[in-house]
Design a protein around this ligand. Structure first.
Ligand code: GLA
Length: 391
């Protein structure tokens, strides 16, 4: 079912839907004013191939590849980094992280990057490593003392009470992080369970709206569709998260990877790369480092773009940008190359005879009339920044 509640409304209501201000409040501590950008170990390395050497080499590669200068800031170690020692203290796994987390934090910080770690609100993580339950205050103080800058907290192995009231458990963690005195971006990962859109904007900086993203076209479209259901909670400091990127992991074509990246950008999703950035192909690099697409994602107005139409095998997504321009994304979901037309005054732009159009993948500017036409390859996109000429 591709149609959204919004797209079923009349045009006037639809435009209000695109432009409406957000309702619930964000954490407001000044962090994550634009969607967090970085890298996470899970999608490529999972449990089996994760170790401190990989993380260090990744930090180096993020600098040398230009990722850091393009805005990728967080180096996030996901599940499988931890154990509890004999006295119950949270500790780095001595086999895979023999130098410990403080040394890793120093290494990452010395490269102008920030370190993220992962835990779980239950007794164990999804991969059966130690969870926070029963150790919340000690563990968070320990992470803070190590210099951790970002904490993702998962939702496996939780009690029935936490399952029923996730907001209470995650707000408690928020308060313990604040009490620790260390500024950390707090990433809430309940996979959309427990209606995080209702409480997570005031509890963390980002919240997962979906199950795990797999490295397939179907999974990308599914998570985009799910994340599109509730776009109005997104704002500076509060980001709906359809999961970490699969760009460059090999399950999709380069064109599908570009579509994935464009969708995440139009939705103002966190851009957390999930590939092996130590050996990025030129195609993957040109996707992850497309600064014009990144600028749409990072637009300071902090609005989540949404799908405004879905018909004849193509979707049109629109994101309102600071200053009134619109990012317009045309996605060809079909199997054939096709030319699509979008009436620009229908996507929230003022009525005009000419518009300025910037093609964000071809890096070319042009003028167009009231109808924007784009020929799009199967599973591909055309992505534009459009504004009406200055009066
Ligand atoms: C869950 C999360 C993933 C990842 C794994 C680790 O599935 O949704 O993002 O953190 O756990 O076990």
């Amino acid at each position: 079912m591709l149609r959204t509640r919004c797209s079923a409304l009349a045009l006037v209501a639809l435009l209000a839907c695109v432009a409406a201000p957000a309702s619930a409040s964000a954490l407001g501590d000044g962090q994550a004013r634009t969607p967090p950008m970085g890298w996470n170990s899970w999608n490529h390395f999972t449990c089996t191939a994760l170790n401190e050497k990989v993380v260090r080499q990744t930090a180096d590669a993020m600098v040398s590849s230009g990722m850091r200068s393009a805005g990728y800031r967080y180096v996030n170690v996901d599940d499988c980094w931890s154990i509890r020692d004999a006295s119950g203290r949270l500790t780095a796994d001595p086999v895979s992280f023999p130098s410990g987390i403080p040394a890793l934090a120093r290494y990452v910080h010395a490269r102008g990057l920030r370190l993220g770690l992962y835990s779980d609100v239950g007794t164990q993580t999804c991969a059966k490593r130690p969870g926070l339950a029963g150790h919340e205050r000690d563990d968070i103080d320990r992470l803070a003392s190590w210099g951790v800058d970002y904490l993702k907290v998962d939702f496996c192995n939780v009690s029935a009470k936490v399952r029923r009231h996730p907001a209470t458990a995650y707000r408690r963690l928020r308060d313990l992080i604040a009490r620790s005195g260390r500024r950390m971006v707090f990433s809430i990962c309940t996979w959309g369970q427990g209606s995080p859109r209702r409480w997570a904007p005031g509890a963390g900086h980002l919240w997962r709206s979906t199950g795990d993203l797999r490295d397939t076209w179907q999974s990308v479209m599914r998570n985009a569709d799910l994340n599109n259901r509730h776009p109005r909670q997104t704002r500076p400091g509060a980001w709906s998260d359809p999961d970490m990127l699969q760009v460059g992991n090999g399950g999709m074509t380069a064109r599908e990877d570009r579509t994935h990246f464009s969708l995440w950008a139009v939705m103002a999703a966190p851009l957390i790369a999930g590939n092996d950035v130590r050996q990025t192909s030129p195609a993957t690099r040109s996707t992850l480092l497309n600064r014009e697409v990144i600028a749409v994602d990072q637009d300071p107005a902090g609005r989540q773009g949404r799908r405004v139409s879905s018909r004849h095998g193509h979707d049109v997504w629109v994101k309102r940008l600071r200053g009134g321009a619109r990012a317009v994304l045309v996605v060809n979901r079909g199997r054939h190359r096709a030319t699509f037309s979008t009436v620009l005054r229908r996507v929230g732009l003022p009525r005009a005879r000419r518009y300025r159009v910037r093609d964000l993948w071809r890096h070319r500017s042009r003028a167009t009339g009231p109808v924007l036409r784009a020929t799009v390859a199967p599973h591909g996109v055309a992505f534009f920044r459009v504004r009406s000429p200055r009066p």
